[in-house]
Ligand binder design. Structure first.
Ligand SMILES: *[C@@H]1O[C@H](CO)[C@@H](O)[C@H](O)[C@H]1NC(C)=O
Ligand SMILES: *[C@@H]1O[C@H](CO)[C@@H](O)[C@H](O)[C@H]1NC(C)=O
Ligand SMILES: *[C@@H]1O[C@H](CO)[C@@H](O)[C@H](O)[C@H]1NC(C)=O
Length: 526
């Protein structure tokens, strides 16, 4: 007896330790709530410190079961619950019947992510404490975070930099780019942040590069912004500039998945913004010449190390898809030999229907549309929204875009300082994560959870499937079949609490969703 009791004394704590260790690994950590502005419920954020950061794991649904994750204006953040599927009832008294049809599939998803601008990487680095920096990376890219698998990176500086710059600025008129190196910002901030995300991510991270402005000696106005074009003699140099960027990033351990012609070509072509910043204008003629005679052959020739890098046009406001895709390939069909797709941004979307996206691509099988920038506060009306209003803006945009065959979605700055910078032109916007370096904290805003309801649960290779709602409703939806043969449904409720019936074959799941909420539901495709 005595002997047994003694061994129990030793064994029991050991067993408890083992149970604690194994359960700690997949225990969700709830949001540590904080109100940024004197207790106003509107300003609820989840705070991460070096000691704590909220996290959520994606549970594998078992047969006959669904897993529900919910975030709401009232304060839920990825609240996880489980429910049972039941046999289909003849007629439920539900406002919302959502009929899923995994047999009818649409586009295949490439990924979700955000931008490692200089501003994002500099503010991330300003956290200093390695544990806290890792919390941010895990929050975005890790298995207990929102699992980003795409990142966008400016090639050189953008407005969200602390200075105006490009690569190989000296010597001037150096057509052979004899002095091409990356910048301090790449080595010190952006590449470490990208690599940290790559290490945390469970899937390959696809990196998209875009130039805002090349060295000013390549441009007709010899300046970073204002109306400009490339000087004709530097079209090939501009292509080589991209090749060298791909080479230097690859050497630094960051393979790049795709490059666009330039960020927002319309901006440099008509210089319409009150606060102009790094840009480069293009005529369609010039763009075609660059693609067909310079960038295309430079990347796709036999000796190129970057034959598989995607070449993307647009990278501008949604309505410009008619210009930088339809007009371009109508006037210059030869460009289709090199172009893989077109990229669109969020700003001013309300002036053009999202159906423009799917219509624009009709007749171009194998070519894609990808969304490469959304940002709350990038246009004046958005800045006035409440934090939940900004989350709704994101969800609305993602649903509209994915409903219209967009294959991926990247947010703008992944994080910014408390003022919404830095930005060398003085521009200020919002971001899903705000960094308070002095306090040694960062804050996850509702926008973070909004994009996470998609990015975490819709892995690369998922296919959108048909989902039909059998009544008028304020609840928007999207449904996907994932490579793991699960079904993921995202519901977006702008109205009061609702009961929703999701119908899959002969089974149904009946669930309640909160007022003003985003819900993701996952179940086996059985
Ligand atoms: C603090 O709360 C009051 C009352 O709700 C409000 O009028 C005021 O604008 C708030 N201040 C800040 C900085 O949000
Ligand atoms: C090469 O570029 C660096 C900046 O990266 C500059 O300091 C240097 O003067 C340049 N060299 C020449 C020969 O222009
Ligand atoms: C996505 O949809 C929104 C509509 O809310 C639109 O304004 C925006 O331009 C679209 N973005 C992309 C990249 O398609």
């Amino acid at each position: 007896m005595k002997f047994q009791r003694q061994s129990l004394v030793l064994v029991v704590p050991f067993i408890i330790l083992i149970i604690w260790l194994t359960s700690a690994a997949d225990t969700d950590r709830p949001c540590l709530r904080k109100y940024l502005d004197n207790g106003s419920a509107d300003t609820l954020v989840c705070v991460c410190t070096s000691d704590y950061c909220d996290s959520v794991t994606r549970a594998v649904p078992s047969s006959g079961e669904y897993v529900l994750y919910m975030s709401s204006e009232a304060g839920s953040r990825f609240e996880k619950s489980f429910g049972k599927l039941q046999s289909l009832t003849k007629d439920g008294i539900y406002n919302i019947n959502l009929d899923l049809d995994p047999g009818k599939t649409y586009q295949t998803i490439e990924g979700f992510g955000g931008a490692v601008s200089d501003a994002a990487a500099i503010t991330w680095d300003s956290l200093k404490n390695p544990v806290l920096k890792n919390h941010l990376i895990q929050s975005y890219c890790g298995e207990t975070g929102i699992q980003y698998n795409m990142l966008r990176v400016p090639i050189g500086g953008s407005d969200f930099s602390t200075r105006a710059y490009a690569y190989n600025e000296l010597p001037e008129n150096d057509a052979a780019l004899t002095n091409f190196t990356l910048a301090y910002e790449d080595y010190q901030y952006k590449i470490p942040m990208i690599r940290a995300c790559m290490q945390a991510a469970g899937a390959p991270v696809h990196v998209l590069g875009a130039t805002w402005s090349p060295p000013i000696w390549m441009k007709t106005n010899n300046d970073y912004y204002g109306y400009s074009l490339l000087k004709k003699e530097y079209l090939q140099t501009y292509a080589d500039y991209h090749y060298k960027f791909l080479e230097h990033y690859a050497q630094a351990g960051v393979p790049v998945w795709g490059v666009s012609i330039v960020n927002e070509p319309l901006h440099g072509s008509v210089n319409y913004l009150p606060l102009s910043f790094n840009n480069l204008g293009w005529t369609l003629d010039f763009m075609n010449e660059y693609i067909v005679k310079h960038l295309g052959p430079t990347l796709r020739n036999e000796a190129s190390k970057f034959k598989h890098v995607k070449i993307i046009s647009g990278d501008d406001l949604r309505f410009t898809i008619t210009l930088y895709w339809n007009m371009l390939v109508l006037l210059f069909p030869g460009a289709l030999e090199y172009l893989d797709g077109v990229a669109v941004h969020y700003y001013m979307n309300k002036y053009v229907p999202a159906t423009i996206l799917s219509q624009a691509m009709e007749g171009y099988p194998g070519k894609f549309v990808i969304a490469t920038e959304i940002c709350a506060g990038g246009v004046p009306d958005d800045a006035l929204l409440t934090p939940w209003g900004k989350a709704e803006l994101y969800v609305n945009d993602i649903i509209e875009n994915l409903s219209n065959n967009v294959i991926g979605y990247t947010d703008w700055n992944m994080c910014l300082n408390m003022e919404g910078g830095p930005n060398w032109r003085g521009g200020r916007v919002d971001a899903p994560i705000k960094i308070n370096a002095e306090a040694g904290e960062f804050y996850k805003q509702p926008m973070f959870y909004a994009i996470g309801h998609f990015s975490k649960f819709i892995p690369r290779g998922s296919r959108r499937i048909r989902a039909t709602v059998q009544a008028e409703t304020a609840v928007q939806n999207l449904a996907f079949l994932t490579p793991d043969n699960t079904i993921v449904v995202v519901l977006f409720n702008k109205g009061p609490a609702e009961k929703v019936r999701i119908i899959l074959g002969k089974k149904e799941a009946v669930l309640s969703i909160e007022a003003k909420s985003i819900a993701t539901i996952e179940m086996l495709n059985e």
